[in-house]
Design a binder for this molecule. Structure first.
Ligand code: GDP
Ligand code: NAG
Ligand code: NAG
Ligand code: MG
Length: 502
């Protein structure tokens, strides 16, 4: 794979243009190749870890290279210094930029002794020094404690997303990422793909979309593929749509329609993609995932996955870590700034989901965010040390107040409720928590696991945890087995009526 660098007055540039060439069939071929390659990798060693680092400044603009006769429109110049700070600091962009135009062939070997010209020797020494220089870094962690005004203080955020069999929601996820108004040059993205099934292409699709996003052309490409999909027939999978609230569907339509914010297409500072399996075997269907007997083991494996991802992706210069699920449908673009602004160490919004109108149209989704209750503490003291309380199930009568249930859609989104347990859909936490050892327990901690135990552990270590009951993110609606039956019944009913039946 060719990696090319753009350069203009010392800055890397990104060709973004309205008359950019349509994706050629070549790309499809590349995708296929990627797919085959990664399959082979995966097969050769089941615990293989693929790490792909796409530096923001490192654009994979293969088309520019191949179809050099194509003219691009005005380039977007990435001049924000954060694209090049910390571990990118010692990378000499001048030196690297030679690949811009394809590099000349010159011979340097034998530790730089055999060179064609003295200029080559100078260049060799310069690049060698750059490499050595890049191995030593110094950080003052006082500067990365996190403040309520991260944008103004130019604080770096590590954005982490766990994924499993998530190919279908990737377009939605990427649109939500691009929609973030926290400056993209301050965000490092890291994805962890685990335990996906053979028929799911989350990993390869994620790589393709990431490359497209980092070269600034993803929104355009998604719009194109959707136009195509629209003109083809819609599947029966989306049958439930006609039972959803029109007002919700309208909200979704608006949220996904331009105009978007000015820096929507701007690349993120970096993207990393990890693949590692953790042995999650519980089906990823809605009903399997949510069966009460599956919760303890499922949540503990998720805890392992999250901890592994934090440990691999967190850098000293990150002030914040933002956890986000792939399957969020609607989220204010300013969510990171908004969660920062409340000035807590851990902050979560309220998470709801839409439902068909015949099921009341909407429902609190995330029941893992709650303040502790005397009843739950009493219940915990009656359980074995290793038992996990699963919140939101009749089996465990905790009588906790759930963040989900105290939402007022017209309330002030800045209202705060202090919490003990938190849900994982969208967690903003100061990076120092992770540096100091707070994590997502993959064992029973105070009769909880994973994100709920994370909240409890943060509290126990003296950090402040809060939720915003009147600030709402919408999780996608996935019909459960029971919902699908109801929908099928209704469909049969309307067919009978149409046929002039009873
Ligand atoms: N790496 C990894 N990601 C997972 C696993 N299970 C779920 N996910 C991802 O974690 C996020 C939350 O999972 P999800 O199944 O939607 O949880 P729910 O909505 O609370 O039922 C989504 O982005 C999933 O794709 C897993 O076992 N490993
Ligand atoms: C994008 O952000 C805007 C502004 O906050 C919001 O209204 C819209 O719903 C967001 N889009 C999505 C897909 O969440
Ligand atoms: C959410 O908003 C409603 C309506 O303004 C308000 O009554 C409620 O107290 C708010 N919640 C919190 C925790 O402040
Ligand atoms: Mg989910």
């Amino acid at each position: 794979m060719a990696i090319l660098f753009g350069k203009k007055k010392g800055h890397l540039e990104l060709p973004i243009s309205k008359n950019k060439p349509k994706l050629s069939p070549k790309r499809k071929g590349d995708g296929m190749l990627n797919r085959i390659k990664s399959r082979q990798l995966l097969r050769s060693n089941s615990s293989v870890v693929i790490i792909l680092l796409l530096l923001a400044g490192v654009f994979v603009i293969r088309r520019l290279f191949r179809d050099s006769d194509i003219s691009y429109g005005s380039p977007m110049v990435l001049e924000e210094s954060e694209y090049y700070d910390y571990d990118f600091l010692k990378t000499d962009r001048e030196a690297l930029a030679k690949y811009d135009l394809g590099s000349e062939h010159y011979l340097i070997s034998n530790g730089g002794l055999d060179v064609l010209t003295p200029a080559d020797k100078d260049l060799y020494n310069k690049e060698i020094n750059m490499l050595y220089g890049s191995t030593v870094q110094k950080y003052n962690l006082e500067a990365f404690r996190g403040s309520p005004n991260g944008v103004k203080n130019r604080e770096h955020v590590l954005l982490l997303v766990p994924l499993r069999n998530a190919e279908r929601v990737l377009p939605l996820m990427f649109k939500n990422l691009m929609n973030l108004t926290y400056p993209h040059e301050l965000i490092d993205l890291a994805f962890l793909v685990s335990d996906s099934t053979e028929d799911d292409n989350t990993l390869t699709a994620l790589i393709d979309y990431s490359q497209e996003m980092q070269s600034g052309s993803l929104s355009e490409q998604l719009a194109e593929t959707e136009n195509k999909a629209d003109s083809e027939m819609k599947g029966t999978r989306d049958l439930f749509l006609k039972y959803m609230r029109p007002s919700y569907l309208e909200m979704v339509k608006n949220a996904y329609s331009p105009p978007f914010h000015d820096n929507y297409d701007k690349p993120f500072r970096s993207v990393q993609i990890f693949q590692k399996d953790f042995g999650q075997a519980i089906g990823q269907g809605f009903s399997d995932r949510h069966a009460v007997k599956n919760q303890g083991i499922r949540r503990k494996l998720m805890g392992r996955a999250r901890n592994w991802l934090t440990a691999n992706a967190l850098k000293p210069y990150h002030s914040w870590v933002y956890w986000r699920d792939a399957d969020v449908e609607l989220c204010p673009g300013s969510v990171i700034q908004d969660l920062m602004a409340i000035d807590y160490d851990v902050a979560v919004p309220n998470v709801w989901r839409p439902l068909p109108e015949f099921l009341d149209g909407e429902q609190a989704y995330d029941l893992n965010s709650w303040p502790e209750s005397p009843d739950a503490l009493r219940l915990a003291s009656s359980l074995d040390e290793d038992d996990v309380i699963v919140e939101g199930y009749a089996e465990y009568a905790t009588y906790r107040i759930h963040l989900g249930y105290i939402r007022d859609p017209d309330g002030n989104p800045k209202d705060i409720l202090e919490l003990d347990g938190v849900g994982g859909v969208s967690i903003l936490a100061k990076a120092q928590l992770f540096r100091n050892g707070v994590h997502f327990p993959a064992f029973t901690f105070e009769n909880h696991a994973e994100t709920e135990a994370f909240g409890k552990m943060a509290k126990k270590m003296g950090y402040r945890v809060a939720g915003l009951p009147n600030y709402t993110l919408w999780h996608i609606y996935e019909p459960s087995d029971d919902d699908l039956k109801l929908i099928a019944e209704k469909e049969r009913g309307s067919k009978r009526t149409a046929d002039g039946g009873p």
